[in-house]
Design a protein around this ligand. Sequence first.
Ligand SMILES: Nc1ncnc2c1ncn2[C@@H]1O[C@H](COP(=O)(O)OP(=O)(O)OP(=O)(O)O)[C@@H](O)[C@H]1O
Ligand SMILES: [Mg+2]
Length: 379
Amino acid sequence: MTVSLEQLRRCHVAVDLGAARTRVFVKGAGLVVDEPSVAAVNTRTGALIAVGALAEQMTGRTPDYIRVARPVSGGTVVDIEMAQRMLRHLLGEKLRRQLRRKPRLRAAASTPHDSDPLAQRATVETLVGLGARRVELVDTLIAAAVGCGLPVEQPTATMIMVCGAATTQIAVLSLGSIVTAERIPIGGNAIDYAVIQHLRHQHELLLPSQSVRPLQLALRGNGLNAQGPDVTEIHGRDVATGLARSVRVDTAAVRDAIHTPLTSVMDGIGKVLRVCPPDLVADLVDRGIMMVGGSALLPGLDQMLRDATGMPVQIAERPDACTILGLGAMLEGRIRPMTLDPLADSIPDTEPGARSAFPADAGGEVPLPAAADADAEVR
Ligand SMILES: Nc1ncnc2c1ncn2[C@@H]1O[C@H](COP(=O)(O)OP(=O)(O)OP(=O)(O)O)[C@@H](O)[C@H]1O
Ligand SMILES: [Mg+2]
């Protein structure tokens, strides 16, 4: 999954197919789509009823004949056809026409760190089905680091933590490459689930999944940390009677419930730091960890990390959009290849196992899964 900046600069469109949200960046137009990765389908006719935010609103509120589908799961496209239909609708007729005019449409897509060839192939096929003649894959960690303005190409260590909906990816980067990285299958969804389970067990309250965010926001006052409010009132449905009920929830207990899934994330950080060369760890003591991804907005998560690691922790300016903005910056050639290419070239000699994001083979062929290389029919 190595791709040169030169090849990325030739792409017209970048796509980040996330478990929670789909984002599309069109060269020259910017971020044109940022919608939930959800599609609602009429099971009787097979017709698509809604996509994006509207389809997400339908979750849990549909009659029998409407199915709400999530074609991306765990950072992988699990239903290629549905993902294509969803993307087509999210792009809209005008944008699709504009992209169809490109004689050889090239697309870039982010894929989770260490994703298996099958997952990469699914992403590629989704975009090929939409008319892309070539698809370049970029590691999410590199795209996110570029997107939040980390000096990835410098010979100093930077640590990034991409907190998505399905996964959390942690990496130490230096000289434009990933030195060590971990992908943990715990993200915003697992945290939401922990809150729902806590309310169910402790308060016999069923909380609709869409109310978890308001709960987090309610706790936000002073953040989900020790200085926050002691109790918060939450509305839900009684598990036994099915009637609407509100309870006063102890904030500290919710914090503890959230801690449980976060333990594996903390372990992941420890693992990355243990494998990291000592010189780079020394850099990190000053620079700390940069948090990106939608779940980085979870109130108090940064403080939890600070307490657990003793390192400075920063949240990126637009954490949720960093990955796609990073891909966009690469597409529009806003990062300096002159510095990156020669440095990236020297990494394999210094750090065995380090993976170069920007090899110096500008203009070369990208090693893509077989299907990606084949020219596709433009629809
Ligand atoms: N303000 C917020 N507070 C807490 N959590 C939030 C907030 N905004 C978004 N999230 C969480 O962030 C997650 C979505 O983040 P993001 O858009 O980075 O995911 P994704 O890229 O679709 O997922 P992945 O990268 O794992 O495939 C959701 O789980 C959502 O619950
Ligand atoms: Mg993501």
